[in-house]
Design a protein around this ligand. Structure first.
Ligand code: IVH
Length: 693
């Protein structure tokens, strides 16, 4: 509890001393990797400071080491305009590119054959950020963004222990912007992923993605739990202090200000020096503690940098020399298929494990069947595996000379490995998909979220987190299971209060009364969006007719082409899907009949309260255009009402339009209606017809 006790000079001094000592120990530990005290000692100092700050909150400052734990979550990140834009670097991929870069620099500086002095350093594979220190205190940190404006991620950056919260005493200029890269060390990445796996959470693909995801958390307490690090490679705006005259001296200065800088930095002469640096760092790449995707060369002298200047958005005085993608050969042991959240089937190469690009690779995506044919991959082939920077490994080519006589052609399975539903490829598509949308374990979460969304049956409160919990706890497998949930099953879930459980049950209950288009849309049939679901409902009038419709009958529906028809057929041909639909109906999910075009009779199926559907009214089967402003309701409300009555609401007037509803200030659509002789309703007429319908 804060007591706001009056602070004595002794307390003030002690707090200052503790802050200095902790900052120094932090630097020893996180930057120099040479701790001089035991962790328990550090904890003691930290808790002493915490206790003093709690007793004397007026003495708490933003640069205190106690402020690294994260603070209240943000709604969104602020926009931060960089005082000096954060530019990017040109890329070089070959020795010739480097010769050209050096020649351009020498010509630009009028140096003839005199060699240029270059500062060389690794190209960190992380995220660029800018740190602003005012009077020596870290006050703001921002991502690069579009180079001119970035996102303010100050609280997140404060949690990174290697970023100083204050500059050492006596070295605190009015303004200093330090620029560099946030990244995750490989060992920290491995630990983080092991932790994620132990908790059953999703694994990060690579350190760069993990760093990016962690830095962009609105809740800085989450970032505080992620082991990020930082390396400085330059500065932005500076006021109140003279800066060194070369990049290498600047790096030394930043190091003395306690910023982490790359150990592998060198000053070299001319192209031979650049080549040697590239070879050396390239050779050491796999042993570095972090991922790099190349090296960076910068003309060392600032006066020379200034006279070379910039071209478009990159400096002329610096270049990134990228490493080629690393390659290795191995054997393709087999091709498995994976089912994605949307049912997409991806063939994956099972490889004899091979070390490439800093990691052991035993799987590589093969994207789709066409790709396998294009590369003529056969099981048993010796293949070239390539891994470029942060990109996932790929099978680049087959070594034909090594093809064994029994190499086998890949055959796409016809049944889903997860749910045994049919796998199909729609006409004109490259991706094969599992048709068991409603029951496939791989698609379960997606299917439930789709079914529960507002535009479908609308189960308020059933979002990603809850769906994750329900599926992971093995409580819900299909949408029908939602209607069998009891309070006790929900109460067993983490962080589920009685009230929330009761609310969820109530929203599930409410969702039993829906409309046919919403239900149909909620089934998640590929290519059946809201508009198509409405068209189908209007055309067929009841679900059984849609489920049993032939492709030809489906093609009669407005806006339904062969691909959509095929997709609907395949969905309902899958017995598993029909079963879930039957279960949903057995769970009393109901809807009123919509009106039927083309003379189909309503079969009165599935209607609640014995209601066998509305009597055909003015708007049933009519095409209506809304224009101008209505005073009694919004345009969306009018649209919903019309559609509920079986009308099709269109955005443009044509000869096929039955009515144009013209509100106040109706413009060209009204003119067009008059021109084409389409019936025009004013608001009063429209409301009267609605009331009668
Ligand atoms: S200097 C004018 N040095 O590479 C740009 N950048 O394409 C000054 N990067 O966004 C950047 N390591 O995030 C510089 N040693 C290094 C770097 C480095 C990585 C990144 C940086 C920048 C991108 C440029």
């Amino acid at each position: 509890m804060s007591t706001d006790a009056p602070a004595t000079a002794q307390v003030i001094q002690r707090i200052a001393q503790l802050k200095r000592d902790l900052a120094e120990h932090n630097h020893n530990y996180y930057v120099l990797d040479q701790p001089t005290i035991a962790d328990s000692e550090w904890d003691k100092l930290f808790h002493e400071l915490l206790a003093l700050e709690t007793q004397h909150p007026q003495l708490l400052t933003p640069d205190s080491p106690t402020q690294r734990v994260g603070s209240t979550p943000l709604e969104s990140f602020d926009e931060v305009t960089h005082r000096i834009p954060m530019l990017s670097l040109g890329n070089a991929f070959s020795e010739a590119d480097i010769d050209n870069f050096d020649r351009r620099c020498r010509e630009g500086l009028d140096l003839g054959d005199t060699e240029i002095e270059y500062a060389c350093e690794p190209k960190f594979d992380g995220l660029a950020i800018s740190l602003t220190y005012i009077d020596g205190v870290f006050v703001q940190g921002a991502t690069r963004g579009d180079g001119a404006v970035g996102e303010g991620v100050t609280e997140n950056l404060k949690t990174i222990r290697s970023i100083p919260l204050a500059l050492p005493h006596g070295q605190q200029p009015a303004l200093l912007e330090v620029r560099g890269e946030v990244l995750m060390l490989r060992k920290d990445f491995d630990k983080l992923n092991a932790r994620q796996a132990a908790r059953g959470e999703k694994l990060f693909v690579n350190p760069r993605n993990a760093a990016a995801g962690s830095l962009r958390q609105l809740d800085s307490k989450l970032t505080a739990g992620r082991p990020l690090t930082f390396f400085a490679y330059g500065i932005g705006a500076v006021e109140g202090v003279a800066m060194p005259e070369s990049h290498s001296a600047l790096m030394d200065r930043l190091e003395s200000l306690r910023f982490p800088v790359a150990k592998q930095r060198n000053v070299v002469q001319g192209v031979p020096g650049l080549r040697e640096f590239y070879q050396r760092i390239g050779g050491a790449r796999a042993t570095l503690p972090y991922d790099i995707d190349g090296v960076v060369y910068k003309v060392n002298r600032f006066d020379q940098q200034k006279s070379l200047g910039f071209v478009s958005r990159a400096p002329r005085f610096a270049i990134a020399h990228k490493f080629p993608a690393e390659e290795a050969t191995t054997v393709l042991l087999g091709i498995d298929v994976q089912v994605g959240r949307t049912g997409a089937i991806t063939p994956v190469a099972r490889l004899q494990p091979v070390f490439v690009g800093g990691t052991t690779v035993s799987n590589a995506t093969l994207h789709n069947e066409d790709e396998i044919r294009r590369k003529d991959l056969r099981i048993g082939d010796t293949v070239v595996v390539r891994r470029a920077g942060d990109v996932i490994p790929e099978v680049a080519a087959v070594i034909m000379e090594k093809r064994p006589p029994n190499a086998a052609v890949f055959v796409m399975p016809t049944r889903c490995p997860e749910c045994d539903s049919a796998i199909v490829k729609l006409e004109g598509e490259v991706i094969a998909r599992c048709t068991g949308g409603l029951i496939c374990p791989a698609q379960r979460k997606q299917a439930l979220l789709h079914y529960a969304q507002r535009r479908a049956v609308d189960i308020e409160g059933l979002g990603d987190k809850l769906v994750d919990q329900l599926v992971d706890a093995d409580v819900v497998h299909t949408p029908a299971d939602l209607y069998r949930l009891g309070i006790s099953a929900l109460a067993n879930l983490d962080r589920m209060a009685d009230k929330s459980a009761a609310n969820l049950i109530a929203s599930i209950e409410k969702s039993r009364r829906t409309t046919l288009p919403k239900f149909l849309f909620g089934l998640g049939i590929r290519h059946v969006g809201e508009a198509t679901a409405k068209d189908l409902a209007r055309h067929f009038g009841n679900l059984t007719a849609i489920m049993d419709a032939s492709a030809e009958q489906l093609l009669e529906v407005h806006d339904v082409g062969p691909v959509v028809a095929q997709s609907i057929r395949q969905f309902f041909e899958e017995p598993h899907n029909r079963e879930v639909v039957e279960q949903l109906r057995a769970c009393k999910v109901t809807w009123p009949e919509t009106q039927i075009q083309q003379g189909r009779a309503s079969q009165g199926e599935n209607a609640p309260d014995g209601n066998t559907g509305a009597v055909l009214g003015h708007f049933a089967g009519k095409t209506v255009v809304l224009t101008g402003t209505l005073s009694a309701m919004s345009r969306d409300e009018a649209k919903d009402k019309l559609e509920a009555l079986g009308a099709k609401v269109s955005g443009s007037v044509s000869k096929k339009t039955d009515y144009v509803v013209a509100g106040a200030e109706a413009g060209s659509k009204l003119e067009k209606a008059v021109e084409l002789g389409v019936a025009v309703l004013d608001e009063a007429e429209f409301l009267a017809m609605l009331a009668r319908d």
